[in-house]
Design a protein around this ligand. Structure first.
Ligand SMILES: Nc1nc2c(c(=O)[nH]1)N[C@H]1C(S)=C(S)[C@@H](COP(=O)(O)O)O[C@H]1N2
Ligand SMILES: [Mo]
Length: 374
């Protein structure tokens, strides 16, 4: 069963009032950067990304949620959510969830796919059990190389087809940070974010964070479920130029998100007076290689090193701050650029173009104007 489209839209208008709804058949909505100025994003400002139509999950169904684990395992299992919670250790940590398509609208030429601005990213506190513990209880066979994740949401065009069925390489499925999660910011996981149960796979793109999880099918090959193959959530393994035929090019699953940052204050169109200074702040994050430093520059000042808050939690984003003097009147553009511990910095212009417009980590710019002190 799927939620009627009017009810879907109502959910968004009640819970995500302040987000921009993207022009699409499925429900997709994002905040603007200034709405992301909190270390832990509240649910009301957390983007939603749906490949299809939401499943119906009544309170009773959520209470009796079942999760099957089968495929390349010694002992296939069927768990209730409560059984999982009572059997395995629960862990809670903050982690960034970013859609691989975040920033797609910045690619030129334009690519197919939802034209996300900068807001398809957020950082929440997730609670769940380690996927590893569930897999260990089922006993992995030697042939196990990948997980396949199954959910009841359906494709918009083909209601009999699943909307999305992605999976994880077995090493990531066994990593301590990979969760079968049921809590978000201290509350039960909301339906719009995959409640009652979703995958949390920090460092991987959002597509790997399967929502409404009902089955983990352990595979003896790379999972080939809905939107796992072709160019879906994949990047070309060799650079490709726009318009170039890519039938002969090989594509690999995105398994790591690039270093990135976002200016959350001031907002686009800010004003300030000469002789004052503004605190520029925002967040920096990355996939599996930690953030090293963030630099901020303006149209009139050289790069300065921003102050970076410590990172108690490996996959949370880190707040940066820099004080920028407002010396001259006129337009002022602020730029933030993060660098990871491998020395990779965000590109100042044009992240590598790719046919589906993924992983755009070009620096974020915010412009405003400086007026005379009155
Ligand atoms: N079942 C299911 N899980 C899903 C999706 C989906 O369409 N169906 N979308 C994925 C994508 S592409 C992203 S970016 C994240 C978004 O999670 P959110 O809606 O909680 O922000 O969910 C992922 N999990
Ligand atoms: Mo996504």
């Amino acid at each position: 069963m799927r939620v009627p489209i009017e009810a879907e839209r109502r959910l968004v208008s009640e819970q995500k009032l302040q987000l921009r709804l993207l022009d699409d058949e499925a429900l997709n909505a994002e905040p603007n950067p200034a709405q992301l100025d909190e270390s832990i994003t509240s649910v009301e400002f957390f983007f939603i990304r749906n490949n299809g139509r939401l499943p119906t999950v009544s309170a009773a169904a959520a209470d009796n949620w079942k999760l099957v684990i089968d495929g390349a395992v010694e002992r296939p299992q069927e768990w209730t959510l409560r059984g999982i919670q009572n059997t395995f250790e629960s862990v809670t940590f903050a982690a960034v969830l970013e859609c691989a398509g975040n920033g797609r609208s910045g690619y030129s030429p334009r690519t197919e796919g939802l034209q996300w601005g900068h807001g398809a990213v957020a950082c929440a506190r997730w609670t769940g059990v380690r996927l590893r513990d569930l897999l260990m209880a089922a006993g992995l066979k030697e042939t196990a190389v990948y997980t396949g994740h199954i959910s009841p949401d359906t494709s918009v065009e083909h209601p009999s087809k699943p909307a999305l069925s992605r999976g994880l390489p077995i090493a990531k499925a066994l990593a301590p940070e990979t969760l079968v999660a049921f809590g978000m910011n201290g509350k039960p996981l909301p339906l719009l974010h995959g409640g009652p149960v979703r995958i949390v796979a920090p460092g991987f793109p959002g597509s790997a964070w399967q929502k409404w999880l009902t089955r983990i099918w352990v595979r003896d090959r790379e999972h080939d479920g809905e939107k796992m193959t072709g160019t879906n959530y994949r990047l070309p393994t060799t650079p490709i130029t726009p318009g170039e035929a890519h039938e002969a090019v090989s594509f690999a699953v995105i398994e790591d998100m690039p270093i990135k940052s976002l200016i959350t204050y001031p907002a686009e169109g800010f004003t300030a007076r000469t002789g004052t200074a503004i605190e520029v702040r925002g967040f920096a994050w990355s996939g599996h290689t930690p953030v090293s430093f963030v630099d901020v520059c303006t149209s009139s000042e050289p790069w300065i090193r921003a102050q970076l808050e410590p990172q108690p939690q490996r996959f949370a984003w880190r707040r940066f701050r820099a004080i920028i003097p407002c010396a001259e009147t006129g337009l002022l553009t602020l730029v933030a650029r993060a660098t990871d511990e491998a020395g990779r910095s965000q590109p100042l212009t044009g992240a590598p173009w790719n046919p589906r417009g993924y992983c755009n980590n070009t620096v974020h710019r915010v412009s405003g104007s400086i007026h005379h002190e009155s």
